[in-house]
Write a protein that binds this ligand. Structure first.
Ligand code: ZN
Length: 210
């Protein structure tokens, strides 16, 4: 039986009550007890990015951000130009933002975009059946400035790539990059600690064979 793990950065949570900050130094990353992370033999992880607009820049930047969270190269990523050899495929969900450098956005975070990351398990339930797929979506419910969209894309791409590292849960704390509606632009100390714990935990799910 195939199981499908779908992890999304939710655009609008139904409940607007603030979530109580977590008291632990790290948050959970398992999916119903299963743990996924890249084994040493599969590092650097191969990322393919949609060739339209600045997706490649966004993905490269997010890879670098996560590489900075590990001390000994437990995770690293590289870009590949051929999606058929990729471990992770990142694409636009539908609309593609213009590839123009926006002015810096210094305002509060707005939810001008969101994302979804899908891990498809094989029939054994102990390995991925295919590359991890991440889709980044520009939300059109409201008109945002190019700078707001660009800032949202940067933080949401880091968040979604966090899922591709194996952070399979959302953080309960809005100061963390893995909070469901991403408010911050970089991983927190708690995100950092969580990645460290994950990459020193034995995985129960293997990557898809290359
Ligand atoms: Zn998420």
């Amino acid at each position: 039986m195939k199981r499908r793990l779908i992890i999304g950065a939710v655009l609008l949570v139904a409940c607007s009550e603030p979530t109580a900050p977590g008291r632990t130094a790290w948050y959970s990353f398992d999916f119903a007890g299963d743990v996924f992370r890249w084994p040493e033999s599969r590092v650097p992880v191969r990322y393919y990015a949609d060739t339209r607009s600045n997706m490649r820049d966004l993905v490269e930047r997010a890879i670098g951000t996560w590489e900075d969270q590990v001390l000994y190269g437990e995770f690293s990523g590289e870009m590949v130009n051929d999606s058929t050899v990729a471990d992770v495929i990142v694409t636009w969900f539908d609309s593609v933002p213009p590839n123009v450098p926006p002015p810096p956005d210094n305002g509060p975070p707005v939810f001008a975009c969101d994302g979804v990351t899908t891990l498809q398990l094989d029939s054994t339930g102990t390995a991925l059946a295919e590359p991890i797929h991440t889709q980044i979506r520009i939300t059109t419910a409201q008109v945002y400035t190019a700078a707001q969209v660009a800032a949202c894309l940067r933080r949401v791409t880091i968040h979604e790539l966090g899922h591709t590292l194996g952070l399979l849960q959302e953080s309960p704390d809005q100061q963390d990059i893995m909070y469901s509606t991403v408010q911050v632009s970089a991983p927190s100390a708690r995100d950092h600690q969580t990645v460290q714990v994950l990459y020193h935990t034995a995985p129960t799910i293997a990557p898809a064979p290359r």
